[in-house]
Design a protein around this ligand. Structure first.
Ligand code: HEC
Length: 134
């Protein structure tokens, strides 16, 4: 197709699409507004999850792991401190959840619900750089 033919076809498309372009112009801001609401809800949920994860860690993991920010010595010397785990390169939210899904070596196999894993991972990662989401 020659250059001006492409241009003409494009013009025709614009004319034909004018009506829908107008309604899209109305719809797009609404769709964006919905996205913003979803995003802020997700952020609020993440903060809450880390807090719940901290409670879970205190009741399930603290017998072996140091679970608090800046705490580097675990009750079980073989178990890494959560502050330390959070700094490991490649220790992402996903990597943590996968680890928590597979059986823990040298550790009783506990049944963690998916939500528990998400919350624990959110908590552990909140300890990055010595900080805490709490
Ligand atoms: C009975 C003791 C014990 C309990 C309870 C325990 N852990 Fe562990 N955990 C260990 C030991 C020991 C290791 C080191 C295992 C190894 O390196 O092979 C470990 C390793 C880990 C690691 C490092 C993973 C990696 O990639 O090497 C994470 C993360 C972890 N535990 C999270 C948790 C969480 C979250 C809980 C609570 C839900 C928990 N642990 C409860 C003993 C325990």
């Amino acid at each position: 197709m020659a250059r001006n033919e492409v241009g003409a076809a494009h013009d025709a498309e614009i004319k034909a699409g004018k009506q829908s372009a107008v309604s899209w112009a109305k719809r797009v801001p609404m769709a964006l507004a919905a996205l913003v609401v979803t995003a802020s809800q997700t952020a609020a949920q993440e903060a809450a999850d880390a807090a719940r994860g901290a409670k879970l860690a205190g009741s399930v993991c603290a017998t072996c792991h140091a679970i608090h920010a800046g705490e580097m010595r675990s009750p079980d010397p073989v178990a890494p401190a959560f502050s330390d785990v959070a700094q490991w390169p490649g220790m992402t939210d996903r990597a943590l959840r996968v680890w928590l899904q597979t059986s823990h070596p040298t550790m009783p196999n506990f049944m963690l619900k998916p939500r528990d894993r998400d919350d624990l991972a959110a908590y552990i990662l909140s300890l990055r750089k010595g900080g805490s989401a709490l």
